[in-house]
Every structure is written in C-alpha cells, then in structure tokens.
Design a protein around this ligand. Structure first.
Ligand code: UFG
Length: 346
C-alpha cells in the first residue's frame, strides 16, 4: 500500500540513502534529490538494488530555488520532506563559515518556502544534531530534549541551531506546516547488504570510517585523540547509533507528522541509543567483533571535542514508538563489511 510521497534531499548521502531504503520498505513513494557535491550516484544504484525499485530522482542543488521549485511543480503531492542536504564537516566550517551559512541556510529556506507556498499541509523532518547541546553539564547526562541549547562551537553547529529556529518561526507563521527536528547522536555502520554505507571524501574525520580504513590498511594507525579526559578510561564518550536504526526513526517521524491532528506542529527528538561508549571501548568492540587487528596509539586531544555526551532517547521511544537496539558488535561488523566491499577485500 502506498502511503504518500516523501521528498528526500541529500538522497545519495550516508543517512539519506539508508532512509530512502526504509521509506520504500514502509510503503512510501520517494522522490530523491541530490547535487552529488559530497555523494555518489553509486549510492542510488545501491538503494535501487536493495529495494528492487527505480527511485525517482532529480539532480539539483537545493539552494538553487528555481531548480528546486521544479520538484514541487512535478510532484505537488509531496506530503513531507526529509532534509538531509547540507555540508557537515565541522573543521571545514570553521575555515569557511560563509560556505556553510550560504548552503545550509539557503537550502532550508528554499525547501520551507516551497513547502508552504501553495498552502497544502506538509511536513518537514530536519536533520539536526546533538551538537546543539554543546558540552552538557555532567548532571544533565543522559541529555534530554529539554537540556539548554548552548552557543555553538562551530559554524556547522550554528547552522543546525539556526535552521531549528527558522523552522520554529515558520511553524508559527504557516499553519499548513509541521516540523520534526531530529537531533542525531553519532551515526555509524552500513546497510547489512553492504550495498550502501558511509563514503568519506579524503581522510576521514569521524572515528568509525577511520577505524575501518585503518583495518583495511589504508591508514597506518588510528590516533585516539586524548586519553586524559575525566572519563573512566580517559577517552571521550559518545552515543553511537546504527544508521539503519536512525533511518527507521525518520520513517516513524514522517508517519507521526502525517497521522497526528496537528496540535503539536513542532517537535524535537533525540536519536541515540541511550548508552555512552568511550573511544577505547568502541575500538575494543571493533577488534573483538571483527577479529581484525587495529593498530592504534594515543595522540593529543582534538580541539573542540566534547568530553562526554549520550542521549536520553525516551521521548522518541515513547512518541515515535521507535528504539535503536541493534547490538554494537553487529553495527561494527556492518561497517567493516562495507569497507571490505568498497576496497575489494575478501
Ligand atoms: N576520534 C579519534 N580519532 C579519530 C577520529 C575521532 O580519537 O581519528 C574521536 C574523537 O576525538 C571523538 C570520537 O572519536 O572523541 C568521535 O569523533 P567523531 O569525529 O566520529 O564524532 P564527533 O562526536 O566529534 O562528531 C559528530 C559528528 C558531527 C557533529 C557532532 C555532534 O561528526 O557532525 O558529532 O556532537 F557535529
């Protein structure tokens, strides 16, 4: 049974591609858009293989309003959009803030304007981040949606905060609009088919791609940034969430927006497992789950890193009827299977 049409921006990206799979599995019609600035058409091929479906797709830049408008002209029945398309490199955003504000804000403004223009009821699911909480006060852990939003530590983080604020104001101004902001913790892993996964350009900045590339022999060793933090083993703690679990939360968020009576038109959910793991714990899980050796050493702290953060996901568990429950070893095996597939390792 078809449930309605969902526009996915950044459909060829890491989380976007996994979400398209889950939307199709759940019976939604999908229209994907992407400009491939940080993604590859191969990812869409992977999605089509997994779902055994041709996914309608338009290559365009969401910050180009004229191009983007064509999507809504062609598919006026879009019931909801999931907005993944954005730049996401924290370090680069510090070097090139204008690029980040220009792209991330403009594309959201275009999407919102096009969503409300004809007065049809529509929803937007926005990819936000736990980065909006900054360094949480230790007594606030696990961190709930009620925790204060702290001044962002990077322009990337600031675009997430600003986009949330823009959407909140637009929900107030436009009665036809509903919004769900999803604050992701640390998404990792790949689809069990190993047909889609994370594809970092250049040297990976994030932990798990660096681990899998090191295990594959592409990087000499993993550097663990800091082992003198005030945590049990001295390394930073994060809440690592399986990308397929994360993708399913988007489907649950769309279901809810299209189902509910509209009394709660702006909602925020934390998407995490509720459990924090240290860098060292994650590394040890990888080694034991895959049986692969992983050379690593300790290095100085990385500037800007948060010491420890993990989610209180109970609001999403309760209201979305969703839970991230894939065991971490399975998640890490999926990341390794994907890396091996990409590198042609048996
Ligand atoms: N780490 C290493 N070595 C590496 C890479 C990472 O030790 O080579 C450590 C980091 O210092 C950190 C942990 O692994 O302690 C996780 O680092 P990631 O870069 O994987 O993830 P972050 O938590 O730093 O960043 C993620 C997203 C950002 C987002 C942020 C929100 O990548 O987009 O969460 O907190 F802004």
């Amino acid at each position: 049974m078809e449930k309605g049409r969902v526009l996915v921006t950044g459909a060829a990206g890491y989380i976007g591609s996994h979400t398209v799979v889950e939307l199709v599995n759940a019976g939604y019609e999908v229209i994907g858009v992407d400009n491939f600035s940080n993604s590859s058409p191969d990812m869409l091929k992977g999605v089509e293989k997994i779902t055994d479906r041709k996914i309608p797709f338009m290559q365009l830049d969401c910050s180009d309003r004229e191009q983007f408008a064509k999507v809504f002209e062609q598919y006026p029945d879009i019931a909801a959009s999931i907005h993944f398309a954005a730049y996401k490199a924290v370090g680069e955003s510090v070097q090139q803030p204008i690029k980040y504000f220009e792209n991330n804000l403009r594309s959201l403004l275009c999407l919102t304007e096009l969503s409300v223009k004809d007065g049809r009821e529509r929803g937007i699911v926005f990819s936000s981040s736990c980065t909006v909480y900054g360094e949480p006060d230790p007594e606030n852990l696990p961190i709930s949606e009620n925790a204060p939003v702290k001044p962002a530590t990077s322009p990337y983080g600031r675009t997430k905060q600003m986009c949330e604020d823009i959407l909140r104001d637009c929900v107030t101004a436009y009665p036809s609009l509903r919004v769900t902001a999803l604050r992701y913790f640390n998404p990792i892993g790949a689809h069990p088919s190993a047909l889609i996964g994370e594809m970092p350009v250049g040297v990976p900045q994030n932990l798990v791609p660096y681990i899998t590339q090191t295990a594959a022999g592409i990087r000499k060793e993993l550097k663990i940034f800091g082992n003198d933090y005030p945590t049990p083993d001295g390394t930073c703690i994060r809440d690592y969430i399986y990308v397929c679990d994360l993708a399913k939360a988007h489907v649950a968020a769309v279901d809810r927006m299209l189902r509910t009576d509209g009394s709660d038109r702006y909602a925020i959910f934390n998407l995490g497992t509720g459990t924090g793991l240290s860098v060292l714990q994650l590394v040890n899980h990888f080694i034991s789950a895959t049986g692969v050796s992983l050379p690593y050493s300790f290095a100085p702290r990385r500037a800007g890193d948060i010491i420890k953060v993990w989610a209180d996901p109970r609001k999403a568990n309760r209201i979305l009827g969703w839970k991230a429950d894939t065991p971490i070893d399975d998640v890490l095996r999926s990341a390794w299977a994907w890396e091996k597939k990409v590198r042609g390792i048996r």
